[in-house]
Design a protein around this ligand. Structure first.
Ligand SMILES: Cc1cc2nc3c(=O)[nH]c(=O)nc-3n(C[C@H](O)[C@H](O)[C@H](O)COP(=O)(O)OP(=O)(O)OC[C@H]3O[C@@H](n4cnc5c(N)ncnc54)[C@H](O)[C@@H]3O)c2cc1C
Length: 446
């Protein structure tokens, strides 16, 4: 077999030209694009490889957005994630069954009647207090995110795979993408890489780190699926009552071939099955294997769940996520590197652009403060990276790449990109004081 073939060079038509180009329409990308428009960028283009926006939150069926309040402040009522995260949730709640979870007024409550409503949905309760969060409907979220980008005037191109950054004089100047119409280019003043995998900065020649800790959450892939015909309340009660519940769950994982967890959803009678499958998400074999391992064992797994757990007697396969779930892959080498030192640390720094809850507690100061420099490449100009591929150690990334965190970083990146365009500077030279005041005006908690 030949080892390589020669692909002839060719002229690529310029399909569009804009102020800000966002590549990847997941939580970070949608937010970055909307924030850029809301912050005064003229033409904002969002390239997405699939037919829907939302990334893992829709196509990956990651339904849960937890920990949106601070249990230690203001009687546990302090809402930490605001800004466009609030708009996501508000729009979802306005749709029939768009989201399930505590109301804002219930946040911080220790009222037994309120706690009882969410008792089986444990991520909404910490230290016997309600924490704000939602179980989203992934299909309705597709509707909401299309509406949000349309309302903001973002130009969205679907089924367009960004495949190569265009770099001119040390500056990212756009992206070449592959589409049904062939290979084309979008030129931009600022490009924001929100592909999750850092596809843009990697092809731009920016330095990055790769996933390496095999025990890390970020090194695990999934093909999430949902089960119908379930009574989640009875299942959750069963887990509390059955002395051998742990043993049964371990057996289920053995049958499946991977650790997994059943988590409540917004739909009555439906749960999602979240899994942790250690595969390399940057290889064809890794992604394919995750999908096929899941389908190969799913029927045996369902049969075992039906016979072993109350509430699952009538469980059946409801649907699969349309894409393999990836928690972490390439991470930019930025001007700053987010490390474990930021978790629970009150920095007092003047360049913090996102303040978010820590997911695993840290009671003294259960927050993390994220500086602007984690979005900015060490050397390359014209580019920002937001979402799970931000500059970070792998350990810290897995604590900080949840949906709210990606949304907050997207909002910071989009706002910064618009400011860079409006003031005629490179993203690395944006006036961070102005950026922070623009974010505060958008309702971002800093
Ligand atoms: C199984 C699983 C369970 C999880 N559980 C939770 C949870 O309970 N709660 C929580 O908050 N977080 C959870 N996470 C993490 C969270 O879902 C992700 O960290 C988050 O979605 C990352 O957002 P993002 O925008 O950076 O990337 P993504 O969500 O990956 O979005 C990237 C987007 O870019 C598009 N794209 C990629 N490459 C290209 C390209 N080259 N050209 C064009 N478009 C491209 C993709 O199609 C996608 O739309 C989970 C993740 C997984 C996989």
């Amino acid at each position: 077999m030949k080892q390589t073939i020669y692909e002839p060079a060719r002229e690529v038509p310029v399909y569009d030209q804009c102020d800000v180009l966002v590549v990847g329409g997941g939580p970070a990308g949608v937010t970055a694009a909307v924030a850029a428009r809301n912050s005064g960028a003229g033409r904002v283009v969002l390239l997405e490889r699939y037919a829907h926006l939302g990334g893992m939150a829709t196509g990956g069926q990651v339904l849960l957005i937890p920990f949106l309040s601070d249990p230690t402040l203001n009687g546990g009522r302090e809402q930490l994630v605001a800004g466009l995260m609030d708009e996501w949730i508000g729009r979802l709640r306005a749709c029939p069954n768009g989201a399930f979870g505590p109301e804002k007024e219930e946040t911080g409550s220790g009222d037994p009647a309120v706690l009882a409503k969410y008792r089986s949905h444990t991520l909404f309760i910490r230290n016997e207090r309600i924490m704000y969060g939602v179980n989203c409907d992934p299909e309705m979220l597709k509707v909401v995110l299309n509406d949000m980008t349309e309302a903001a005037g973002v130009v969205v191109y679907c089924h367009c795979l960004g495949c190569r950054a265009i770099v001119e004089d040390g500056r990212a100047a756009g992206v070449i993408f592959e589409s049904k119409e062939g290979r084309k280019a979008v030129l931009a003043q600022v490009v924001i890489d929100c592909t999750g995998d850092g596809d843009v900065f990697a092809t731009a020649g920016a330095e990055f780190e790769s996933s390496s800790l095999s025990t890390a959450r970020t090194a695990k892939t999934s093909l999430v699926f949902r089960l119908g015909g379930v009574s989640y309340e009875r299942y959750a009660q069963g887990l509390r009552d059955m002395p051998d519940a742990g043993k049964r769950l371990r057996k289920a994982a053995e049958i499946a071939g991977y650790p997994m967890q059943l988590i409540s959803s917004n739909r009555d009678g439906v749960v999602w099955v979240d899994s942790l499958i250690p595969r390399d998400c940057m290889t064809i074999a890794g992604l394919t294997d995750t999908a096929f391992l899941t389908t190969r064992t799913v029927n045996r797994l369902i049969a075992y769940l039906r016979e072993s757990f109350p509430g699952l007697e009538d469980a059946y396969l409801y649907d699969f996520a349309s894409q393999v779930g990836v928690r972490g892959s390439r991470r930019l080498k930025g001007v700053e590197r987010f490390t474990m030192d930021y978790l629970g640390a009150r920095t007092g720094r003047e360049d913090i652009v996102a303040v978010l809850p820590t997911v695993n507690g840290r009671e003294a100061y259960p927050r993390m403060e994220m500086p602007y420099g984690i979005l900015v490449p060490e050397k390359l100009d014209g580019l920002l990276a937001a979402g799970r591929c931000f500059s970070s150690s792998e350990e810290a990334n897995q604590e900080a790449n949840w949906i709210p965190h990606c949304i907050a970083l997207g909002q910071a990146a989009g706002t910064a990109a618009a400011l860079a365009v409006r003031t005629g500077v490179q993203p690395r030279s944006v006036d961070v004081k102005r950026l922070r005041s623009a974010l505060r005006e958008q309702g971002v908690y800093l």
